[in-house]
Design a protein around this ligand. Sequence first.
Ligand SMILES: [Zn+2]
Ligand SMILES: [Zn+2]
Length: 338
Amino acid sequence: MPKMRAVQVSRAGGPLEMVEREIPSPPPGFVRVRVEANGICHSDVLTKEGIFPGIQYPRVPGHEVAGVVDALGDGVAAWKVGDRVGIGWHGGHCGHCDSCRRGDFLTCRVDFRITGIAFDGGYADYVVAPAAVLARIPDGMSATDAAPLMDAGATTFNALRFSGARPGDLVAVLGIGGLGHLGVQWAAKMGFDTVAIARGADKEPLARQLGARVYIDSRKQDPAAELQRLGGARLVLATVTNAEAMTATLGGLGPNGTLLVVGAPGEPLQVSAGVLIFGRRSVAGWPSGRAVESEDTMRFAALHGVRPMTEPYPLDRAAEAYDRMMSGDARFRVVLTM
Ligand SMILES: [Zn+2]
Ligand SMILES: [Zn+2]
Protein backbone atom coordinates (compact mmCIF):
# COMPACT_ATOMS: atom_id res chain seq x y z
CA MET A 1 0.00 0.00 0.00
CA PRO A 2 1.30 3.49 -0.81
CA LYS A 3 2.10 5.54 2.29
CA MET A 4 1.73 9.17 3.25
CA ARG A 5 3.07 11.43 5.96
CA ALA A 6 0.76 12.72 8.69
CA VAL A 7 1.46 14.78 11.78
CA GLN A 8 -0.77 13.48 14.56
CA VAL A 9 -1.50 14.04 18.22
CA SER A 10 -1.95 10.71 20.02
CA ARG A 11 -3.32 11.97 23.36
CA ALA A 12 -4.64 15.21 24.83
CA GLY A 13 -1.64 17.48 25.44
CA GLY A 14 0.70 15.11 23.60
CA PRO A 15 3.29 16.22 21.04
CA LEU A 16 2.78 16.66 17.32
CA GLU A 17 4.49 13.61 15.85
CA MET A 18 5.18 12.68 12.25
CA VAL A 19 3.94 9.20 11.34
CA GLU A 20 3.57 7.14 8.20
CA ARG A 21 0.08 5.96 7.31
CA GLU A 22 -1.63 4.23 4.45
CA ILE A 23 -3.16 6.67 1.99
CA PRO A 24 -6.91 6.50 2.72
CA SER A 25 -9.55 5.82 0.05
CA PRO A 26 -12.61 8.07 -0.13
CA PRO A 27 -15.91 6.36 0.76
CA PRO A 28 -19.12 7.20 -1.18
CA GLY A 29 -19.83 10.94 -1.10
CA PHE A 30 -16.28 11.79 -0.08
CA VAL A 31 -13.20 12.99 -1.94
CA ARG A 32 -9.51 12.61 -1.29
CA VAL A 33 -7.50 15.82 -1.51
CA ARG A 34 -3.75 15.90 -1.99
CA VAL A 35 -2.77 18.66 0.42
CA GLU A 36 -0.46 21.40 -0.86
CA ALA A 37 -0.71 23.77 2.10
CA ASN A 38 -2.40 23.96 5.50
CA GLY A 39 -2.68 27.08 7.64
CA ILE A 40 -2.02 26.74 11.37
CA CYS A 41 -4.86 28.26 13.36
CA HIS A 42 -5.02 29.07 17.06
CA SER A 43 -8.04 26.73 17.23
CA ASP A 44 -5.70 23.81 16.51
CA VAL A 45 -5.12 24.00 20.26
CA LEU A 46 -8.53 22.27 20.61
CA THR A 47 -7.05 19.18 18.97
CA LYS A 48 -3.55 19.44 20.42
CA GLU A 49 -4.66 19.91 24.04
CA GLY A 50 -7.84 17.82 23.89
CA ILE A 51 -10.06 20.77 24.78
CA PHE A 52 -12.80 19.89 22.33
CA PRO A 53 -15.40 17.66 24.04
CA GLY A 54 -15.38 14.07 22.85
CA ILE A 55 -12.34 14.34 20.58
CA GLN A 56 -10.81 10.95 19.78
CA TYR A 57 -7.13 10.16 19.29
CA PRO A 58 -4.92 9.81 17.41
CA ARG A 59 -6.02 12.87 15.49
CA VAL A 60 -4.37 14.94 12.74
CA PRO A 61 -5.15 18.66 13.25
CA GLY A 62 -5.63 21.26 10.54
CA HIS A 63 -8.69 23.01 9.14
CA GLU A 64 -7.13 25.41 6.64
CA VAL A 65 -6.46 22.96 3.83
CA ALA A 66 -5.62 23.84 0.23
CA GLY A 67 -4.86 21.20 -2.37
CA VAL A 68 -6.00 19.23 -5.37
CA VAL A 69 -8.79 16.63 -5.69
CA ASP A 70 -6.96 13.36 -6.08
CA ALA A 71 -9.67 10.65 -5.92
CA LEU A 72 -13.48 10.56 -5.86
CA GLY A 73 -15.74 8.30 -3.84
CA ASP A 74 -18.86 6.87 -5.50
CA GLY A 75 -21.66 9.32 -6.16
CA VAL A 76 -19.55 12.50 -6.19
CA ALA A 77 -20.88 14.58 -9.08
CA ALA A 78 -19.75 18.14 -8.50
CA TRP A 79 -15.98 17.64 -8.48
CA LYS A 80 -13.37 16.01 -10.66
CA VAL A 81 -9.83 14.85 -10.15
CA GLY A 82 -7.48 17.81 -10.58
CA ASP A 83 -9.85 20.48 -9.19
CA ARG A 84 -8.07 22.90 -6.86
CA VAL A 85 -10.00 23.03 -3.60
CA GLY A 86 -9.91 24.13 0.03
CA ILE A 87 -11.37 22.58 3.18
CA GLY A 88 -12.06 24.74 6.23
CA TRP A 89 -13.61 24.57 9.71
CA HIS A 90 -16.92 23.38 8.23
CA GLY A 91 -16.16 19.71 7.72
CA GLY A 92 -19.70 18.32 7.60
CA HIS A 93 -23.21 18.57 8.99
CA CYS A 94 -26.14 16.23 9.62
CA GLY A 95 -28.30 17.56 6.78
CA HIS A 96 -31.66 16.99 8.49
CA CYS A 97 -31.87 19.07 11.71
CA ASP A 98 -33.80 22.36 11.66
CA SER A 99 -30.59 24.40 11.23
CA CYS A 100 -29.44 22.26 8.31
CA ARG A 101 -32.89 22.39 6.73
CA ARG A 102 -32.45 26.19 6.75
CA GLY A 103 -28.98 25.86 5.24
CA ASP A 104 -27.41 27.12 8.47
CA PHE A 105 -24.89 24.30 8.68
CA LEU A 106 -22.58 26.02 11.18
CA THR A 107 -25.26 25.76 13.87
CA CYS A 108 -26.12 22.11 13.10
CA ARG A 109 -27.27 20.66 16.42
CA VAL A 110 -26.90 17.01 15.59
CA ASP A 111 -23.57 16.36 13.89
CA PHE A 112 -21.56 19.50 13.07
CA ARG A 113 -18.16 18.16 12.07
CA ILE A 114 -15.00 20.21 12.38
CA THR A 115 -12.08 19.35 10.12
CA GLY A 116 -9.08 18.22 12.16
CA ILE A 117 -11.29 17.51 15.20
CA ALA A 118 -14.09 15.15 14.06
CA PHE A 119 -11.82 13.64 11.38
CA ASP A 120 -8.17 13.94 10.33
CA GLY A 121 -7.20 17.33 8.94
CA GLY A 122 -4.53 19.04 6.91
CA TYR A 123 -1.28 18.37 8.77
CA ALA A 124 -0.78 15.54 6.27
CA ASP A 125 -0.14 14.70 2.62
CA TYR A 126 -3.79 13.70 2.05
CA VAL A 127 -7.19 14.49 3.59
CA VAL A 128 -10.46 12.65 3.00
CA ALA A 129 -13.50 14.92 3.38
CA PRO A 130 -17.18 15.06 2.38
CA ALA A 131 -17.63 16.44 -1.15
CA ALA A 132 -20.15 18.92 0.32
CA VAL A 133 -17.47 20.87 2.22
CA LEU A 134 -15.09 21.71 -0.61
CA ALA A 135 -14.48 25.28 -1.76
CA ARG A 136 -13.07 26.08 -5.18
CA ILE A 137 -9.74 27.95 -5.24
CA PRO A 138 -9.67 30.72 -7.88
CA ASP A 139 -7.21 30.48 -10.77
CA GLY A 140 -3.98 32.25 -10.02
CA MET A 141 -4.24 31.96 -6.23
CA SER A 142 -1.46 29.89 -4.67
CA ALA A 143 -2.24 27.13 -2.18
CA THR A 144 -0.20 28.98 0.46
CA ASP A 145 -2.41 32.05 0.00
CA ALA A 146 -5.64 30.04 -0.20
CA ALA A 147 -5.13 27.97 2.95
CA PRO A 148 -5.43 30.76 5.58
CA LEU A 149 -8.46 32.15 3.75
CA MET A 150 -10.34 28.91 4.46
CA ASP A 151 -10.78 29.84 8.13
CA ALA A 152 -8.99 33.01 9.28
CA GLY A 153 -10.05 34.69 6.05
CA ALA A 154 -13.58 33.33 5.91
CA THR A 155 -14.26 34.13 9.58
CA THR A 156 -13.29 37.78 9.29
CA PHE A 157 -14.80 38.21 5.80
CA ASN A 158 -18.16 36.72 6.80
CA ALA A 159 -18.25 38.50 10.15
CA LEU A 160 -17.80 41.83 8.38
CA ARG A 161 -20.10 41.29 5.41
CA PHE A 162 -22.98 39.89 7.51
CA SER A 163 -22.58 42.44 10.32
CA GLY A 164 -25.06 44.94 8.94
CA ALA A 165 -22.37 47.64 8.64
CA ARG A 166 -22.61 49.50 5.34
CA PRO A 167 -20.06 51.21 3.09
CA GLY A 168 -18.84 54.40 4.73
CA ASP A 169 -19.61 53.20 8.27
CA LEU A 170 -16.87 53.49 10.87
CA VAL A 171 -15.54 49.96 11.39
CA ALA A 172 -12.66 49.18 13.71
CA VAL A 173 -10.57 46.03 13.63
CA LEU A 174 -9.04 45.23 17.02
CA GLY A 175 -5.73 43.39 16.63
CA ILE A 176 -3.47 42.98 13.60
CA GLY A 177 -2.53 39.30 13.83
CA GLY A 178 -3.52 36.23 11.85
CA LEU A 179 -7.18 37.29 11.77
CA GLY A 180 -6.82 41.05 12.06
CA HIS A 181 -4.39 41.62 9.19
CA LEU A 182 -7.05 40.09 6.94
CA GLY A 183 -9.88 41.92 8.72
CA VAL A 184 -8.31 45.31 7.99
CA GLN A 185 -7.90 44.45 4.30
CA TRP A 186 -11.50 43.21 3.94
CA ALA A 187 -12.90 46.22 5.78
CA ALA A 188 -11.04 48.69 3.58
CA LYS A 189 -11.95 46.87 0.35
CA MET A 190 -15.62 46.61 1.43
CA GLY A 191 -15.72 50.39 1.63
CA PHE A 192 -15.87 50.85 5.39
CA ASP A 193 -14.16 53.79 7.05
CA THR A 194 -11.52 51.50 8.51
CA VAL A 195 -9.76 51.91 11.84
CA ALA A 196 -7.07 49.53 13.09
CA ILE A 197 -6.41 49.19 16.83
CA ALA A 198 -3.26 47.46 18.08
CA ARG A 199 -0.54 47.78 20.70
CA GLY A 200 2.51 49.88 19.81
CA ALA A 201 3.47 52.51 17.26
CA ASP A 202 5.48 49.96 15.25
CA LYS A 203 2.28 48.42 13.82
CA GLU A 204 1.01 51.69 12.34
CA PRO A 205 2.81 51.57 8.95
CA LEU A 206 1.55 48.04 8.30
CA ALA A 207 -2.00 48.93 9.41
CA ARG A 208 -2.04 51.79 6.92
CA GLN A 209 -0.54 49.66 4.18
CA LEU A 210 -3.35 47.12 4.76
CA GLY A 211 -5.90 49.89 4.26
CA ALA A 212 -6.63 51.47 7.65
CA ARG A 213 -7.41 55.21 7.44
CA VAL A 214 -6.86 55.65 11.17
CA TYR A 215 -4.52 53.81 13.51
CA ILE A 216 -5.11 53.72 17.28
CA ASP A 217 -2.16 52.69 19.44
CA SER A 218 -3.89 51.19 22.48
CA ARG A 219 -0.66 51.53 24.52
CA LYS A 220 -0.77 55.32 24.27
CA GLN A 221 -4.39 56.11 23.42
CA ASP A 222 -7.77 55.11 24.88
CA PRO A 223 -9.46 53.22 22.02
CA ALA A 224 -12.98 54.05 23.26
CA ALA A 225 -12.26 57.79 23.45
CA GLU A 226 -10.57 57.81 20.05
CA LEU A 227 -13.47 55.95 18.40
CA GLN A 228 -15.95 58.39 19.96
CA ARG A 229 -13.85 61.29 18.67
CA LEU A 230 -14.30 59.77 15.17
CA GLY A 231 -18.09 59.64 15.67
CA GLY A 232 -18.49 56.21 17.30
CA ALA A 233 -17.95 52.85 15.62
CA ARG A 234 -20.77 50.94 13.92
CA LEU A 235 -18.72 47.82 14.46
CA VAL A 236 -15.63 46.67 16.30
CA LEU A 237 -14.33 43.36 14.93
CA ALA A 238 -12.45 41.89 17.88
CA THR A 239 -9.75 39.51 16.64
CA VAL A 240 -7.52 39.44 19.74
CA THR A 241 -7.54 36.79 22.47
CA ASN A 242 -7.58 39.30 25.33
CA ALA A 243 -10.97 39.96 26.95
CA GLU A 244 -9.90 43.23 28.56
CA ALA A 245 -8.68 44.64 25.24
CA MET A 246 -12.07 43.76 23.75
CA THR A 247 -14.18 45.39 26.45
CA ALA A 248 -11.95 48.49 26.40
CA THR A 249 -13.46 49.27 22.98
CA LEU A 250 -17.13 48.98 24.07
CA GLY A 251 -17.34 52.65 25.01
CA GLY A 252 -16.22 53.48 21.48
CA LEU A 253 -19.33 52.04 19.86
CA GLY A 254 -21.84 54.48 18.45
CA PRO A 255 -25.61 54.00 18.85
CA ASN A 256 -26.62 50.49 17.63
CA GLY A 257 -22.94 49.58 17.47
CA THR A 258 -21.77 46.00 17.82
CA LEU A 259 -18.70 44.44 19.34
CA LEU A 260 -18.30 41.40 17.08
CA VAL A 261 -16.10 38.77 18.68
CA VAL A 262 -14.09 36.36 16.52
CA GLY A 263 -11.03 35.91 18.77
CA ALA A 264 -11.50 33.55 21.72
CA PRO A 265 -10.05 34.74 25.05
CA GLY A 266 -9.83 32.17 27.84
CA GLU A 267 -11.51 34.49 30.31
CA PRO A 268 -15.11 35.85 30.21
CA LEU A 269 -15.96 39.31 28.85
CA GLN A 270 -17.02 41.88 31.45
CA VAL A 271 -19.74 44.08 29.98
CA SER A 272 -21.54 47.00 31.61
CA ALA A 273 -25.30 46.72 31.15
CA GLY A 274 -25.65 50.50 30.88
CA VAL A 275 -23.34 50.66 27.87
CA LEU A 276 -25.53 48.10 26.10
CA ILE A 277 -28.92 49.49 27.10
CA PHE A 278 -28.58 53.20 26.50
CA GLY A 279 -26.95 53.04 23.08
CA ARG A 280 -28.79 49.88 21.95
CA ARG A 281 -25.34 48.36 21.66
CA SER A 282 -24.65 44.67 21.43
CA VAL A 283 -21.95 42.08 21.82
CA ALA A 284 -22.08 39.22 19.33
CA GLY A 285 -19.90 36.45 17.97
CA TRP A 286 -19.23 34.91 14.57
CA PRO A 287 -18.07 31.37 13.72
CA SER A 288 -16.13 30.89 10.48
CA GLY A 289 -18.47 30.10 7.58
CA ARG A 290 -19.95 27.47 5.31
CA ALA A 291 -17.75 25.98 2.62
CA VAL A 292 -19.37 28.03 -0.12
CA GLU A 293 -18.66 31.16 1.95
CA SER A 294 -14.96 30.27 2.06
CA GLU A 295 -15.22 30.14 -1.71
CA ASP A 296 -16.80 33.63 -1.67
CA THR A 297 -13.93 34.77 0.53
CA MET A 298 -11.28 33.54 -1.89
CA ARG A 299 -13.11 35.00 -4.89
CA PHE A 300 -13.32 38.42 -3.20
CA ALA A 301 -9.63 38.17 -2.32
CA ALA A 302 -8.75 37.38 -5.94
CA LEU A 303 -10.91 40.25 -7.24
CA HIS A 304 -9.56 42.87 -4.84
CA GLY A 305 -5.98 41.78 -4.27
CA VAL A 306 -6.41 40.73 -0.63
CA ARG A 307 -3.68 38.29 0.41
CA PRO A 308 -2.67 36.76 3.72
CA MET A 309 0.87 37.40 4.91
CA THR A 310 2.36 33.99 5.57
CA GLU A 311 5.36 32.22 7.08
CA PRO A 312 5.69 28.86 5.30
CA TYR A 313 7.12 25.80 7.09
CA PRO A 314 7.62 22.33 5.58
CA LEU A 315 5.34 19.61 7.00
CA ASP A 316 8.22 17.87 8.79
CA ARG A 317 8.68 21.02 10.92
CA ALA A 318 5.01 21.10 11.97
CA ALA A 319 5.78 21.06 15.71
CA GLU A 320 8.08 24.05 15.35
CA ALA A 321 5.53 25.81 13.14
CA TYR A 322 2.80 25.23 15.74
CA ASP A 323 5.01 26.68 18.49
CA ARG A 324 5.70 29.67 16.27
CA MET A 325 1.94 30.27 15.92
CA MET A 326 1.42 29.86 19.69
CA SER A 327 4.23 32.35 20.44
CA GLY A 328 2.11 35.12 18.93
CA ASP A 329 5.17 36.43 17.05
CA ALA A 330 4.28 35.01 13.64
CA ARG A 331 3.74 37.49 10.81
CA PHE A 332 0.98 36.63 10.34
CA ARG A 333 -0.18 33.19 9.41
CA VAL A 334 2.03 30.12 9.72
CA VAL A 335 1.37 27.76 6.81
CA LEU A 336 2.58 24.18 6.40
CA THR A 337 3.61 23.31 2.86
CA MET A 338 3.74 19.73 1.58
ZN1 LIG B 1 -9.27 28.19 12.60
ZN1 LIG C 1 -27.79 19.46 11.21
